[in-house]
Design a binder for this molecule. Sequence first.
Ligand SMILES: Nc1ncnc2c1ncn2[C@@H]1O[C@H](COP(=O)(O)OP(=O)(O)O)[C@@H](O)[C@H]1O
Ligand SMILES: [Mg+2]
Length: 324
Amino acid sequence: MTTEAVIDAIGISKSYQRGKPVLNDVSISLRRGEMVALIGASGSGKSTLIRSLAGLIPIDATRDGRDAGSISVLGHSIQRGGRINCSRTLRARIGVIFQQFNLVPRLSLLTNVCFGLLGRLPTTRGTLGRFSDDDKRVAMQALSRVGIAEHALRRASDLSGGQQQRAAIARSLVQGAELLIADEPIASLDPMSSRRVMDLMADMNRDDGLTVLVSLHQVEYAMKYCPRTIALKDGKVAYDGPSSALTPAFLNSIYGAESEELFLPTFGDAAEPSHGSHWSDPQGGMNGNMNGNGHWSDPPAAVMPAASTLAMTRPHMKSGRLLA
Ligand SMILES: Nc1ncnc2c1ncn2[C@@H]1O[C@H](COP(=O)(O)OP(=O)(O)O)[C@@H](O)[C@H]1O
Ligand SMILES: [Mg+2]
């Protein structure tokens, strides 16, 4: 892994209404090859941050009368001073995945995935929906990669949420995305489909070197799949560090009662056979157990890292940053 920054957001703020920032002086940096979770209670600003990073909404031009922040993605300034500057080529290198899949419902999965080629094709051919056999072959390979090739000719709307989300990921693949930014991609999926989608993103991260930033409502998935988590609270970065620190007690110290929202309501149900009711941190940093309410019982204090003494999970991360 190189140390090249794939996302570099410095001191960014975003207000939908004057004087009421929804993001307030947020700085985050992701290096190539990282898979990072973005967590936070509803309304904490996750979607706003993701849309800002993807160059879909402009950040504020000024903060407290001073020049406001900037966002660079893949080495290009994507926005600064409230102005978005994202070329078609740069946009193709950023895959954006939404909770609601964003496929064209009445078109086939194959056509939907072919749309991922638009950033690479001459405009006329793509907009007319005239994809060549070669284009379709590329799309079929991607559908095969995400395990739904047999459904290629079915309308997107006829497929399950999990299958649609996998098609959206296939579209990012053919797009040639180097960075995948996903906004609660598993929020409307059942546990089995959620795992498939997370496994897929983890595979792409590991095998294709894709950098992944994924917002998640449930901290269990952050811990299982992402070595690093950024936690937002009221539009500020409250924590940035190893996911292994995200014990209930630690989250409670950040979010108070709101932390309840971040845990799966039930755990160890029939659809989650491989996890059972015991959760173990992939880095071996800690273990915890679910109690009958689906909440954690705290691991012994000895395995619960203090935020200031968190172990490194990535060479460049000296320690977790506890900021609120
Ligand atoms: N388009 C919008 N116009 C006005 N307020 C918005 C808009 N989008 C989000 N907000 C507000 O910004 C805050 C953060 O929202 P959001 O980024 O969607 O958070 P999250 O994704 O963490 O739930 C919330 O208070 C929300 O009501
Ligand atoms: Mg959201």
